[in-house]
Design a protein around this ligand. Structure first.
Ligand SMILES: Cc1cc2nc3c(=O)[nH]c(=O)nc-3n(C[C@H](O)[C@H](O)[C@H](O)COP(=O)(O)O)c2cc1C
Length: 335
């Protein structure tokens, strides 16, 4: 395989963060990268994104925590992790040996926790922070930060005040209007939006009359959610001025290019790594080949999706603030 890592066709930036290529690991699906280091040279991916780190250790949810579904999987890990002290002492130094760009995903149950984590990780020297807003805010009745534009804005603004690296706000798709939440994050000063986290779902064992997951519900990921993620990335990228990182069901270089065309500056690959832990580097190689073959680049392709026919024909709004439906999505749009 050619060393496509330095290819200028692949270069991208997420706000101030320059990347050799647009392929990132998705939080929580790759551990710290250390577990997968023997499968492929992770120095060749655009950036490694950590699992969510919280201030204190978390035991996570009761098992079973994973259920396979057609075209995807459900998980209810519950942000299990060993806490920031352990991560800073043990995990971060290892991650830094794997990849030149490290993004730390932080989670908190109060704005102060996000701030503490941001301060500590910035001091430790990381390339960017990804703020996992799918966390309950204990000061606001355990409402998720990601479900309210003002809460999202406040959390992001507090992190931005102390961070000396780019800050990306990771949004949940489990809302009525993700664009309004993205605008809240932008208002708070986010340098980029990561979209999307998992979709809430459920798997049932009817013989036992029980849900399969120990917690009952979990987050759906994998190819099943790609159309939802593409739609949200596109809507967000048209509504905000900051870059968008696409995530949700990407497995191949073709998938990555679809996200880029829809408006993403970079793409995280998650569940696909459970099937093939070497997938990220494979996607980087395939991307270089596809772009060269099509005589284009990530920079040129980004956001180049043609306006849908319906939007060209009429400026009539569809559902609230959402843009008109995409070509080929007529069935969904008519519901
Ligand atoms: C097992 C598992 C654990 C995850 N843990 C986290 C996490 O700790 N923090 C986070 O922000 N997202 C987490 N996610 C969500 C992913 O980062 C990603 O947003 C989602 O899985 C959609 O991408 P995919 O379809 O490529 O997996 C997790 C997903 C899975 C499948």
């Amino acid at each position: 395989m050619p060393d496509s890592c330095g290819s200028s066709l692949l270069q991208t930036s997420i706000g101030p963060l320059q990347l050799a290529n647009p392929v990132l690991s998705a939080s929580g699906t790759y551990g710290s990268g250390w577990e997968a280091r023997d499968f492929s040279p992770l120095s060749r991916v655009g950036a490694l994104v950590s699992k969510t780190v919280t201030v204190k250790p978390r035991h996570g949810n009761p098992p079973p925590r994973i259920a396979e579904t057609p075209s995807g999987m459900l998980n209810s890990i519950g942000l299990e992790n060993k806490g920031a002290d352990y991560f800073l002492a043990e995990t971060l130094p290892r991650m830094k040996t794997l990849c030149p760009r490290i993004v730390i995903n932080i989670g908190g149950e109060a704005v102060d926790e996000f701030v503490e984590l941001a301060e500590r990780f910035c001091q430790a020297g990381v390339d960017a922070l990804e703020v996992n807003l799918s966390c309950p805010n204990v000061q606001e009745g355990r409402l998720l930060f990601s479900t309210d534009a003002r809460m999202c804005e406040r959390a992001v603004a507090a992190v931005k005040r102390v961070a000396n690296v780019p800050v990306f706000a990771k949004l949940s798709p489990n809302v009525t209007d993700i664009v309004s939440i993205a605008k809240g994050a932008e208002q708070g000063g986010a340098d980029g939006i990561t979209a999307i986290n998992t979709l809430i779902g459920m798997a049932v064992d009817w013989r036992k009359r029980k849900p399969i997951l120990g917690r009952g519900i979990g987050g759906l990921s994998g190819p099943a959610i790609k159309p939802v993620a593409l739609r949200m990335v596109h809507e967000i990228s048209r509504a905000v001025r900051i870059p968008v990182i696409g995530v949700g069901g990407a497995r191949t270089a073709e998938d990555v290019l679809e996200f880029v065309c829809a408006g993403a500056s970079a793409v995280e690959v998650g569940t696909a790594a459970f099937v093939d832990p070497a997938v990220l580097v494979g996607v980087v190689d395939d991307l270089a080949r596809l772009l060269a073959g099509a005589n284009t680049s990530i920079a040129e392709l980004r956001g180049s999706l043609a306006a849908p026919i319906a939007a060209q024909a009429s400026h009539a709004p569809t559902q609230g603030a959402c843009p008109a439906p995409q070509r080929g999505a007529e069935g969904a749009a008519s519901r």
